[in-house]
Design a protein around this ligand. Structure first.
Ligand SMILES: CC(C)(COP(=O)(O)OP(=O)(O)OC[C@H]1O[C@@H](n2cnc3c(N)ncnc32)[C@H](O)[C@@H]1OP(=O)(O)O)[C@@H](O)C(=O)NCCC(=O)NCCS
Length: 184
């Protein structure tokens, strides 16, 4: 793995709410997320299915839930942070630009999300990992191991058709999602 270049620290910050009206910025984020997930979740969704849309990204920014990573001023990653009704924090939409993988951007985004939660008095972080039911996906396997390495534990397996029924028609293969928790 490459080390992040000294002098080029990854800068992570919450996106100001008014950026929800910056169509060019919103579209850039949606494109980054969609490209990363199209690659990471190949074979899980029907062709042409998108992970997100500009409207969804704008809504997440407006809710104060989107953080972005910048390297040398360039947009290189995203993470969504939120407080769930159940009282946990959750992060999602975790993406590092495909051109900047292995530099610690993903790790820095998770660290940011965990600090965001602690600052709000939340003591547990949740994440959901979509996995195919019938086969082992190497990308998901890597994520499963990485999340475990950084302190996350599987707490249960959720059924997509119960939790996200609207997504089911877009699946190319049956999937579940594994819920992970970490005590902060
Ligand atoms: C998941 C993702 C954000 C990680 O981004 P990244 O910036 O490359 O991650 P990092 O450089 O911080 O590395 C993360 C971990 O993987 C390890 N790693 C990175 N590249 C590696 C490689 N080529 N070989 C082995 N390990 C590697 C790092 O050592 C690090 O582990 P550590 O925290 O124990 O040190 C990125 O792969 C991505 O955008 N994937 C597509 C979207 C996705 O699947 N998101 C998660 C949905 S749940």
């Amino acid at each position: 793995m490459q080390e992040a270049e000294p002098g080029q620290p990854v800068e992570i910050s919450l996106v100001p709410l008014d950026q929800a009206d910056n169509a060019e910025f919103v579209t850039r984020i949606a494109d980054l997320v969609n490209k990363a997930y199209a690659d990471a979740e190949k074979g899980l969704w029907r062709d042409g299915t998108r992970r997100t849309s500009a409207d969804e990204v704008a809504a997440v920014i407006r809710a104060g839930q989107l953080a972005v990573a910048r390297l040398d001023g360039r947009l290189v990653g995203t993470v969504r942070v939120q407080r769930l009704h159940s009282g946990e924090a959750e992060f999602g939409m975790l993406v590092a630009s495909p051109q900047h993988r292995g530099l610690g951007i993903g790790r820095a985004l998770v660290t940011f999300a965990e600090a965001w939660a602690r600052d709000r008095g939340l003591d547990r972080m949740q994440l959901e990992l979509l996995v195919p039911r019938a086969w082992t996906d190497p990308v998901k396997d890597f994520l499963r191991h990485w999340y475990t390495r950084i302190g996350y534990r599987e707490v249960r397996v959720g059924q997509l058709d119960e939790a996200y029924p609207a997504h089911v028609p877009y699946l190319a293969t049956p999937c579940d999602f594994v819920i992970f928790h970490k005590t902060l």
